[in-house]
Design a protein around this ligand. Structure first.
Ligand code: MG
Length: 190
């Protein structure tokens, strides 16, 4: 099978990692229950920031957010390793900016994700992901953003939403927790 994965907030818990970094940088201790109740992708509001301040904070924190010890979601690394061992083709499709491509690839490898150079795509806008996904003739594609999956819903690729607090109102097949290999394959066959 050909399986495509978004990275941030699909395979790795990037926003929560960033939330901890914001707390630390701003000397605050805002609890995870606040994070878990967010209905938007952006995380700045609980810190009392405007959209503009939030966007600046994100930019200023990006180096730390991307390249420190952001945890993968439980089971994600193990599942992708097993898919790779079983001969399935794993594609990564991330909207991280051009300048972050090579380092992101290296980071993924260092954290145990199986990456093949020719199956790693980055630097496109969210709404441009659809073109790459179509060209790759994927069987399955996984992302946390419903807007991206909706652009694909009429195509042959079967899409799954990675469950997040900001996408719970969307009715789509979803992955709540990354299952083990056998359970995952069973879920895809449904
Ligand atoms: Mg994402």
């Amino acid at each position: 099978m050909r399986l495509g994965f978004d990275i941030d907030d699909t395979l790795i818990n990037l926003r929560e990692h960033a939330f901890h970094i914001y707390n630390k940088k701003l000397g605050q201790e805002i609890g995870l229950e606040v994070f878990n109740a967010l209905t938007k992708v952006e995380i700045h509001e609980p810190f009392g920031m405007t959209a503009e301040e939030g966007s600046q904070m994100w930019k200023n924190s990006l180096e730390e957010v991307y390249y420190t010890n952001c945890p993968a979601f439980p089971g994600a690394v193990e599942l992708l390793q097993e898919l790779d061992r079983q001969g399935h083709e794993i594609f990564y499709i991330t909207a991280r900016f051009k300048e972050h491509g090579e380092r992101t690839k290296k980071w993924l490898l260092e954290h145990g994700f199986p990456v093949h150079d020719e199956r790693f795509f980055w630097g496109m806008k969210d709404h441009e992901k659809v073109n790459i996904i179509k060209q790759l003739h994927l069987d399955f594609y996984f992302d946390d953003k419903p807007e991206i999956l909706k652009t694909l819903s009429k195509d042959a690729v079967k899409v799954y939403l990675k469950d997040q607090s900001y996408n719970r109102d969307v009715n789509m097949p979803r992955i709540v927790n990354w299952p083990e290999y056998q359970a995952f394959i069973k879920q895809l066959e449904k």
